[in-house]
Design a protein around this ligand. Structure first.
Ligand code: M6R
Length: 609
């Protein structure tokens, strides 16, 4: 979702700001803007569309200054347009904003009554005018900034400059992530560390309701009452390599092919013989989960699908009743919380608004502990959970989640083993067998990637379709859901995932020659049941794409396209059978000519409700 970059230095900052915006493009946006202070004047340039349009405008018009702020906007209030793009200006002040000001309409009315005029439809313009209004009766901008923030309801990550003071950059956060990058004789802000990697690796994370006052030499952080807060800087371990496409055409393609390495990284340093080291779950020890009697998993999108798979493993290996729910639903429901319940969130970004709100809600409920499965160190979920299991997928830039998902699945399997061991529900033999299988996973994932060229051929026929069903049974049902989500989000082909046994209760009415059906069919204990469901579909004329273990038997005819996949242990099937589905979605999107890495209307990290 929207991206923020800010900089204060002794050199011209516009290239740093524009490069930062380019690095935030993956988050999804529809317009962009930049504002520097040049000779005590605000120099603001805004464009719709891609950051390259802004770069061209900056080249043409010029944009100098040693202090500046920049933004990519994903429209919430008002259509994508130059007028609604950020920064928003009120007299001497310029502001960029991520998040939503919920009471903006009533504040706007009050400000109109005070004589303020508005050009845009945005909540952000209201906020910058509110700060300006408070500045008229305050000693300084910090005081006015605090006063305004105390009046607003909603979420924000903010960067603010004043043309009358080119030595100070202001930032604030509540519900929308913001980090400060520390340089030598220069400092930066951004909504994501990736934006600043070319200029620094040292970061301070702003917490909820904190304001930062930043100069070239200093960073001071305050709470909304004006109390100073001591902050510690942390070093990022992300490398710049991880944010280049390398030899691949798209980030998504690169991230699919990185899966053997990212799965290896998830395991790295964690397996000790048949044991998993206690450091694997940050904050835990060998007794942390002994008393757990129930589990609630909450997540969104692909991460929710990972949770659905995780339930099968957690219940099977630990005997702990496990519930899985979409975060945007959980947060508005009065959940019954059982004694000694563990609250688990799953998130690639660690910043998804609904997941974070659910975690915060869980603290008011009767949960005994919280654990997050997350890919981003320093993210809000990580900082606010009791325990963290890092997925270690590495930076994921493509909007469609791929390596984040398979490493989430592996993390959930590891979690089930840890809990099973602590609860004494898993035998030594079973544990040994699963550990041996887990070790084979990176190599097996490499073997599964070898189906790429076959899938690209299948995609040629498939990509012309307008609708599609994905079927799976048991633990492969959530994988069918994930396959359908992948296809629809990047190729724009309408796709739905179904539990194969559910088909005859309604969706079978849709089956005809124009409705391809993808069947996720690894050789496992539910294979026979699945084959019966396949026959029901075949009998109604559907074109079948069956992704099946190579030695499993399936009737072949002109209606059937069979993709034979390597044999693999049953416990690993959900992880490995995801890979061909990712490739199918990828190749269909390429053939359909969509924007694979930044599909329309989507944002990588959904930080607003
Ligand atoms: O960062 P998170 O894992 O919390 O994000 C959750 C969803 O927004 C995300 O998985 C989304 O569904 C992806 N676009 C799926 O590819």
């Amino acid at each position: 979702m929207c991206g923020i970059v800010g900089a204060i230095a002794q050199r011209n900052v516009s290239q740093i700001l524009l490069e930062g915006l380019s690095r935030l493009e993956y988050r999804g946006y529809d317009s962009a803007g930049i504002c520097t202070i040049d000779k005590n004047e605000l120099n603001c340039i805004k464009t719709t569309g891609k950051v390259k349009n802004l770069k061209e405008a900056v080249k043409e018009k010029g944009c100098l200054g040693t202090i500046g702020i920049a933004h990519t906007r994903w429209a919430t209030h008002g259509v994508p347009s130059e007028v609604n793009a950020h920064p928003h200006i009120c007299e001497n002040l310029a502001l960029v904003h991520n998040g939503i000001i919920e009471n903006f309409a009533e504040l706007k009315e009050q400000l109109i009554a005070l004589g303020y005029n508005f050009k845009s439809q945005t909540d952000t313009e209201v906020l910058v005018c509110l700060i300006h209004h408070h500045l008229q009766s305050s000693d300084n901008l910090l005081q006015a900034f605090k006063a305004a923030l105390n009046e607003v309801k909603g979420s924000f990550g903010l960067a603010l400059i004043d043309k009358n003071d080119s030595n100070t950059l202001y930032a604030a956060r509540s519900g929308s992530p913001l980090i400060i990058g520390l340089g030598i004789g220069e400092n930066f802000i951004a909504s994501d560390t990736l934006a600043l990697l070319p200029v620094t690796r040292r970061f301070i994370y702003l917490e909820e309701n904190e304001i930062a006052v930043i100069t070239t030499e200093s960073v001071n952080v305050y709470d909304l009452d004006g109390n100073k807060i001591e902050k510690t800087a942390v070093e990022s371990d992300l490398d710049t390599e991880s944010i280049s496409k390398g030899r691949y055409r798209h980030y998504m393609q690169k991230e699919i092919f990185e899966q053997p390495q990212s799965l290896q990284n998830t395991l790295l340093g964690r397996l000790r013989g048949d044991d998993i080291s206690t450091e694997t779950i940050v904050g835990s020890d060998e007794n942390s989960f002994k008393d757990i009697e129930a589990i609630q998993i909450v997540a969104c999108g692909t991460s929710y699908h990972a949770g659905l798979v995780g339930r099968y493993w957690l219940e099977e290996l630990t005997g702990i009743p496990t519930n899985v729910e979409i975060a945007s639903e959980y947060r508005y429901r009065k959940a019954v919380v059982r004694k000694n319940s563990l609250f688990i969130t799953i998130s690639q970004s660690g910043e998804t608004a609904d997941t974070l709100a659910s975690l915060r809600l869980s603290k008011e409920q009767n949960y005994s502990k919280s654990l997050c499965i997350c890919n981003v160190n320093g993210s809000s979920l990580v900082r606010e959970s009791d325990f963290t299991l890092f997925t270690k997928a590495g930076a994921e830039i493509g909007v469609a989640s791929t390596k984040a998902f398979t490493t989430q699945l592996l993390s959930l399997l590891i979690l089930a083993l840890i809990l099973g061991k602590q609860k004494g529900t898993i035998s030594a033999e079973q544990n040994h067998e699963i550990m041996e299988n887990i070790r084979k996973l990176p190599n097996l994932s490499q073997e599964f990637l070898e189906c790429d060229s076959q899938i690209s051929k299948l995609a040629e026929e498939f990509s012309g379709k307008h609708h599609c069903l994905f079927l799976g049974r048991g633990v492969m049902f959530p994988i069918a859901l994930e396959g359908a989500l992948k296809l629809k989000e990047i190729s724009y082909i309408h796709a739905e995932g179904y539990a194969a046994g559910e088909l005859k209760h309604g969706p079978i009415a849709l089956i005809d020659k124009e409705m391809p059906v993808v069947v996720v069919a690894p050789d496992n204990s539910l294979m026979d049941k699945l084959i019966s469901n396949v026959e029901e579909v075949r009998a109604r004329g559907a074109l079948l794409y069956i992704f099946i273990s190579k030695d499993a038997h399936i009737k072949q005819d002109e209606q059937t396209r069979k993709l034979a996949l390597p044999d693999c242990p049953e416990i690993l099937q959900p992880i490995l059978f995801t890979i061909p589905l990712q490739l199918l979605a990828y190749h269909c999107a390429v053939i359909n000519g969509t924007d694979v890495d930044q599909p329309r209307n989507l944002a990588k990290s959904v930080t607003v409700e």
